[in-house]
Every structure is written in C-alpha cells, then in structure tokens.
Write a protein that binds this ligand. Structure first.
Ligand SMILES: [Fe+2]
Ligand SMILES: [Zn+2]
Length: 428
C-alpha cells in the first residue's frame, strides 16, 4: 500500500451548508465587492478587509457556531444586566447549533455581524429567535483560526478516474482486429489503469464491453486466477440471480446499499473488486465510491482520539446467511507496526453488537459517527452511473463503495482479485 503522510492532505468541507443556506444570504458583498463572510456547515468564515495592496493575502478567520453563540454578549439573556458577567455556560449551547440567519450591518459606525439563532430550550429566553451582534473588531481580536488552511483537499472528480476504452481504440486499434488494442496499446492501457488506480484507489473503465473474461485478462498476469468467494467465481448481481450461491444478501436485491467494504467478515478480504455493468437499471442504481483511506488520514489529523479508537478497538463483522457464516473481530482501521493504514473494514449490515468497555462505548460511537459523516458526505465521493459495457475497479482495502436503490432489470457482474496480482499486471 502506498504510504500516506499525516500531512499530505488536509481534507475539508468547503461547501456552504445546504441546510442553512436557504435562510442565509451566503455572502454579503460590500460595495467594493470584497466578501465579508461565508457560511459553512459548522462554522462561519469572517473576512477582514485590509487597506494593503491587492497581492497581500486576505485575512480571515473561522468561528464555530457554538463558540459564537456561547460568546453572545447580549443583556440580559446572556450577560447580567448590571454586572455584565456571562450568565450562560457553554454546556447549555448545543454543539450542533446553526444560525437561522446571518447578516452584516453598520451600527454606530462599526461593522457588525448579526446572527439569529434558534431558541435554546434549556435557557430562559426560549420560544423566540435569539439575536447576537458581534463587532468586526471584536471578532478580529478574538480570531482563533486566522487564515486556517483546509483547501489542499482535491474534491473527487469523476473525470479524473475515467479511462475510456473507445479513446484507446482510436489510437491503438489492432489493424487485424479493430476491436482490440495492439500489444503496445494494451501495455499502455494497463499502465494508465494502474496510474489512476494508484492515485485514486479506483478506475472507471468506460466502453470496455461486455466480455468479462477479456476484462479479467486486462487485470491479471498469465496463470493467475480471480478470487472466488462464497458466492462463486463471478457474481451476477441481479434480482433474478440463478448463477450464484448464497444470494440471500442485499447485493442481490434492488435495495440501496450504502458505503461498505466487501467481505470484512473473512480473514483476508479480497483486495480488489471489478463491477461490470451488463444492463443498467431503468432508474437509480448509481455507484458511489469514497477514498476512505484518505478520510481516515484526515480523521487522524483532525480528531486523533477518534482515529485511535477506530484503529485499536476491534469490532465483530458477522455474516450469517442461511448456508454461510463467518465472523472476524477487527478494528475498522487496521494499522501495521509502523502505524500506517493497511486496510479498512466497514460494513453497517454485518456488524455484530459491539462489545466494548462501557466507558469507551460512547466515545467509540462518537468516533464512528465522525468518520461516517466524512465518508457519507457526498462531496467526498465519486458518484457515477455505469452504462452497459462500463466497469469500475476499486481497491477494497482503501475505498468504500455503495449503490443507490434501483428499478428494473439491472445486471452487474462482480469479480474479486488478489491485490498483488493486479498491482503486478498494472505496473504499480
Ligand atoms: Fe459490495
Ligand atoms: Zn445573547
């Protein structure tokens, strides 16, 4: 596995909150067009205009909403009317509080930020909207995240993981057999698949055709075989399956299947899976994949305690079907002795009840939820629809995959591979 450094990427969310943006004018534009603030899911970014030259970096700072609400200085609700001492405690402010509305104004020649908050039930000033006013000068004086960097994140771009076979045929078609690549073309094609797979953990092969064995030939060195599982050698993921065994599981229904790794309940889950679309659904059936190793690296940076819990506390992955049963007790994030991430296992539909020390149960659930929130955030996912003849290959140790529910006779073939075999053949 390629080694990811702790500081390789800061992976953060930069989208304006969809839940609040409808209530908030996202960015207030000053007459000179400079931005004063932007609202995000959990915090607001305040810009401090400077009189310096244009090339000087704009100064800004981020403020958590709960921090702002805690620091409201209104009287008499938040400060004593006579002594001005704070009379609310931070524990009374919900950590997930978000504004109802945000605007800026000029009061007494001072630029201020006005935030309207939902009422907090346990405080006395309930059932009305609570308005806080913060002077820009106060915000600047108390800035605790000046020019916070969180933009190294490269948002998943589906175009960057697509390798279109029809384009390769244009350049490298074999004159004798125009539907195939020349030997040199085949080598270059495999090299390209390997590059994309190495960089992103997945590669979408567009227009590769319906011949499953020929795709297997692209990925495996001579003499190597695919990895068979308790479903069989090749899975026909369709609701009317007749070619596999042990089909009493979600994959063979038309239900949505949210993010997971495959086969976490066996000792050595296959390292790669190919999903080849034979017949797309009439409706739905989109795939989405997230680079969960990258998410884990991000978690290690932003929430080391959560990372520690998820990488040290084992949980049980238990697959129990009518004629198959297997169980593995492993941490979700598996590290090697050097502390590098080796493999992830993640599967909400196969967890046995967690048996964790009482005092760690709640922190564990919290850590899990923090990680889940990252990977389930759509803007961290590659989302695409495979048409007939398209396929995707992904690393089952470092990516989570999922599909949306669907209608119609969707047929997808699934094939597992040994990770080293694929790496060898794709010139890793
Ligand atoms: Fe799966
Ligand atoms: Zn107040």
């Amino acid at each position: 596995m390629n080694k990811g450094s702790l500081f390789d990427y800061v992976w953060l969310r930069i989208r304006v909150s969809s839940s609040i943006s409808s209530h908030i004018s996202n960015n207030t534009i000053t007459p000179d067009n400079s931005m004063l603030f932007s609202s995000f899911d959990k915090y607001i970014r305040i810009y401090f205009p400077s009189n310096q030259s244009d090339d000087e970096q704009v100064k800004y700072s981020d403020y958590h909403y709960f921090w702002l609400r805690h620091n409201c200085d209104c009287q008499p609700a938040c400060r004593h009317e006579a002594t001005y001492e704070r009379i609310i405690d931070s524990s009374e402010v919900p950590l997930n509080i978000t504004p109802l509305a945000v605007e800026t104004a000029i009061i007494n020649n001072e630029r201020v930020l006005k935030i309207q908050w939902p009422a907090i039930a346990q405080l006395e000033d309930t059932d009305t909207v609570h308005t806080s006013v913060y002077e820009w000068r106060w915000l600047e004086k108390h800035a605790y995240a000046v020019n916070r960097q969180e933009m190294d994140h490269i948002p998943p771009d589906v175009a960057s993981v697509i390798v279109d076979y029809s384009q390769w045929l244009k350049q490298y078609a074999d004159p004798q057999q125009p539907s195939k690549l020349t030997d040199q073309g085949q080598i270059e094609y495999r090299r390209k698949l390997g590059q994309v797979l190495k960089q992103h953990g997945l590669v979408v092969m567009k227009n590769r055709g319906l011949d499953t064995e020929s795709i297997i030939g692209d990925l495996l060195p001579e003499g190597k075989e695919v990895v068979s599982t308790h479903f069989g050698r090749i899975e026909d993921l369709r609701t009317d399956n007749t070619t596999n065994v042990n089909t009493d599981q979600l994959g063979y229904t038309n239900a949505g299947v949210d993010l997971h790794t495959d086969q976490p309940f066996i000792e050595f889950p296959p390292g790669m899976q190919l999903l080849q679309s034979i017949t797309p659904a009439d409706e739905g059936g989109e795939n989405y994949i997230v680079d969960s190793q990258r998410a884990a690296l991000y978690l290690r940076k932003t929430d080391p305690y959560a990372f520690q819990l998820l990488s040290t506390i084992p949980v049980s992955f238990h697959r129990k079907q009518a004629k198959f049963e297997s169980i593995q007790n492993r941490p979700i994030i598996e590290l090697n002795k050097a502390g590098e991430i080796v493999q992830l296992r993640y599967s909400y539909f196969t967890y046995a009840p967690h048996l964790i020390n009482f005092d760690l149960m709640e922190p564990y659930y919290r850590a899990y939820n923090t990680f889940a929130e990252l990977v389930r955030d759509q803007k961290n996912q590659y989302r695409f629809l495979l048409n007939s003849g398209d396929a995707v290959l992904y690393d089952n140790w470092k990516c989570f995959h999922a599909r949306t529910p669907f209608k119609g006779a969707r047929h997808v073939r699934g094939v597992y591979f040994n990770i080293d075999d694929v790496h060898e053949h794709l010139f890793f």
